[in-house]
Design a protein. Structure first.
Length: 681
């Protein structure tokens, strides 16, 4: 108990500080034991510090309520301090915060969840609230009222159908009108014990999500606060009083997937979502169909489809499906970081891998060798490619799916996040008729996206653009794209030799991996072609050193090089929970910032829309080295890295770290994020 909950005394106050989630029997027992021991020692003024508690469950909430009542009867008090954002939302969603003394809760009652004070006897009209909030115009309101009188439909239904307001804005207005909380359901805001009170098939049919059971009250999320028959059925089946909270329908369906993930897979795991996902280009007869036609099929099929669907909806770049001793795990990479989303039973792992191999048209019997493939699905009216890779491990095969969603890709150089000065010089490079442009950075730094944006900028009917890729990630119109196939000897080198006979104006080479490819790319740029390619180096000058180390003659590289762009991706501060603060004088002095005026920086507090990370989305930071006569003279001498670094600094070019600091001053990211991605030099 002492290891889980630290205890200290300050005067008459006893401070208890739990560490870790209060969800299972052992942690709840430790919490109850610490509180009971304090009361037994006549310590009745208790402060519970929740700063290190990431999540609470229904049982721990009951313990807090019971302890608070006991202390009040003894003339004491239980005060909760420093709750993290997720715990604050649990208090507000369940109503427990109204019965306990919780610090830092009042402001969030309105700003985050949109929970208003209880409605008075004269309830405001929904349309008036929407107009007041600026999300609906007077003309749109009049049109909605007219349609309502003609059709008899609910106002909310008409507003959504006519796209006058979004579902979230409508629910927030209903929250204010009805005095019901509005929440964004996410992991931690529901628990399996509460979900188990309502059968999964019933919850999905009613489109409700049980969140927490506290004493005899079940908190139930719904997108329709007027569905009285739904609430009557839920009350009858659970035997609980209901506390209704409002939530988007899509969030409820996603939450149902997680809340019931540990249920019996012998039953139907997930029901269909009409038209959500369809496997296309499969060569296996009768193997592909929409999910809504799979309700009676294997639950593993439904599980895999639901995972893909959720990854696309959450804008994940990769899906990791792996197994260890006695446990399987699924993680999504969102904005460059991995988040665990579910833990299926270990015995299901081989079936999940086999299903993915079937979708990728691979050999399901081969489990000893790595395999690569491609899956194409249609979801929400668009086509998404998934790149499949399996790797045998000690406990089974690990599968990684790279999600290639063209709808989320950036194919516009104006949207790459380049500063105005870098963007202007980058366009100058692309405007050249010949030369070698290198885009460099580690894996996952956005190099391929920059190349695609560049060729999309250059494409026209008057220009012959040919690409050599491994693999082709996004298919573009009027671009001649070619894929390397090492198995049949179609390498970068061989294909590049033949591409140069196709009368290209612009050649994009996915990556320079060896000396032969580097030499041919340099020769192509010297013979009247604009060549764009990537290298895996840390910065711009590192790309020049790498090319020379590969064996490219310095005098040839000096003549061919047009410029080098080095880049990284940094996470942007989440707009939903952004807050600002003033930089200290010491911090400003460290980075040489002008202190004539206060310097205001930003950070994210963490909220439902950003996985509590404080960041959402990414932008690029760049450094650009443009070739000129001075650089050419230096390159001919086969310079060392130190000489190149001195030249880069003398040229006045902004480094990656300096470009990142500029983004910090612009209020788009944080110092911690820039320092995580690139070190000061």
């Amino acid at each position: 108990m002492d290891e889980v909950i630290a205890r200290s005394r300050v005067g008459a106050m006893t401070y208890l500080s739990p560490s870790g989630p209060l969800l299972d029997e052992s942690t709840n027992a430790a919490l109850l034991g610490a509180l009971t021991a304090s009361i037994a020692s006549n310590q009745v003024q208790l402060v519970l510090d929740l700063g290190r508690v990431p999540a609470l469950g229904g049982k721990s909430l009951e313990i807090l309520l019971d302890t608070s009542a006991k202390l009040a009867a003894l003339g004491g008090r239980l005060k909760l301090v420093n709750p993290v954002p997720l715990v604050q939302e649990i208090f507000l969603a369940t109503g427990v915060g109204e019965r306990l003394s919780v610090s830092e809760l009042g402001d969030r009652q309105h700003s985050t969840l949109g929970i208003p004070t209880a409605p008075g006897p004269h309830r405001r009209r929904l349309g008036e609230i929407l107009v007041e909030h600026g999300v609906l115009s007077e003309a749109q309101l009049a049109e909605t009222v007219r349609l309502q009188s003609e059709t008899g439909k609910r106002m909310g239904q008409i507003l959504i159908e006519r796209s006058f307001v979004g579902e979230a804005e409508l629910l927030k207005a209903l929250s204010e009108q009805l005095g019901l909380p509005y929440i964004a359901v996410r992991a931690g805001l529901y628990e399996p014990a509460a979900a188990a009170l309502l059968p999964q098939e019933v919850a999905r049919r009613l489109e409700v999500l049980p969140l927490f059971k506290v004493e005899d009250t079940l908190t139930l999320a719904t997108a329709d606060p007027q569905a009285i028959p739904v609430f009557d059925e839920a009350h009858r089946l659970t035997g609980c009083k209901l506390r209704i909270v409002l939530c988007r329908r899509d969030d409820i369906l996603k939450g149902l997937f997680d809340a019931y993930q540990n249920s019996d897979f012998g039953n139907a795991l997930l029901e269909a979502q009409a038209g959500d996902l369809e496997l296309i280009e499969s060569q296996i007869p009768d193997d592909y169909t929409a999910i809504d036609q799979m309700a009676g099929a294997s639950p593993v099929i439904n599980l895999v489809n639901s995972l893909i669907q959720r990854a696309i909806r959450d804008k994940a770049s990769d899906i990791h499906i792996e197994t260890t001793r006695g446990r399987s795990r699924v993680r999504f990479r969102v904005d460059g970081l991995l988040y665990e989303v579910m833990t299926p039973r270990a015995e299901l792992h081989p079936a999940i891998v086999s299903r993915l191999k079937v979708m990728a048209n691979l050999d399901i019997a081969e489990r000893r060798l790595p395999q690569d493939g491609r899956i194409q699905v249609a979801t929400h009216g668009r086509t998404v490619d998934l790149r499949f890779s399996s790797l045998p491990g000690v406990h089974g095969e690990k599968v990684v799916l790279r999600v290639l969603d063209k709808n989320q890709s950036i194919l516009d150089v104006e949207k790459l996040g380049m500063s105005d000065s870098v963007l202007g010089r980058f366009k100058q490079l692309l405007g050249r008729s010949h030369g070698l442009i290198l885009v460099t950075g580690p894996t996952g730094s956005g190099k391929t996206t920059t190349l695609y944006a560049a060729i999309n900028y250059l494409k026209s009917m008057e220009t012959n653009i040919v690409t050599i890729e491994d693999p082709v990630e996004y298919q573009l119109d009027i671009i001649n794209q070619n894929q390397v196939n090492e198995a049949i000897g179609l390498t970068f080198v061989r294909m590049l030799k033949h591409v140069l006979r196709q009368d290209p104006d612009v050649v994009m080479v996915g990556e320079i991996r060896d000396r032969q490819t580097a030499e041919i790319a340099v020769q192509a740029s010297l013979t009247g072609h604009l060549v764009l390619t990537t290298l895996h180096t840390n910065d711009a000058i590192g790309a020049l050193s790498r090319m020379i180390d590969m064996g490219v003659e310095p005098y040839l590289l000096a003549s061919a090089l047009a410029g080098v762009v080095a880049q990284r991706l940094v996470r942007q501060v989440c707009p939903s929970c952004k807050t600002s603060y003033l930089a200290t004088p010491d911090l400003a002095a460290t980075y040489g910032w002008d202190q004539s005026e206060p310097i205001r920086l930003v950070k994210g507090r963490g909220c439902a829309s950003c996985y509590d990370s404080g960041y959402k989305g990414r932008l690029g930071i760049h450094e650009l080295l443009q070739s000129d006569e001075a650089l050419q003279r230096l390159m001919v001498r086969s310079p060392s890295r130190d000489e190149l670094a001195a030249f880069f600094k003398h040229a006045g070019s902004r480094s990656l770290f300096e470009d990142g600091l500029q983004r910090v001053l612009e209020g788009r990211t944080t110092l911690e994020e820039v320092s995580r991605v690139v070190h000061a030099v």
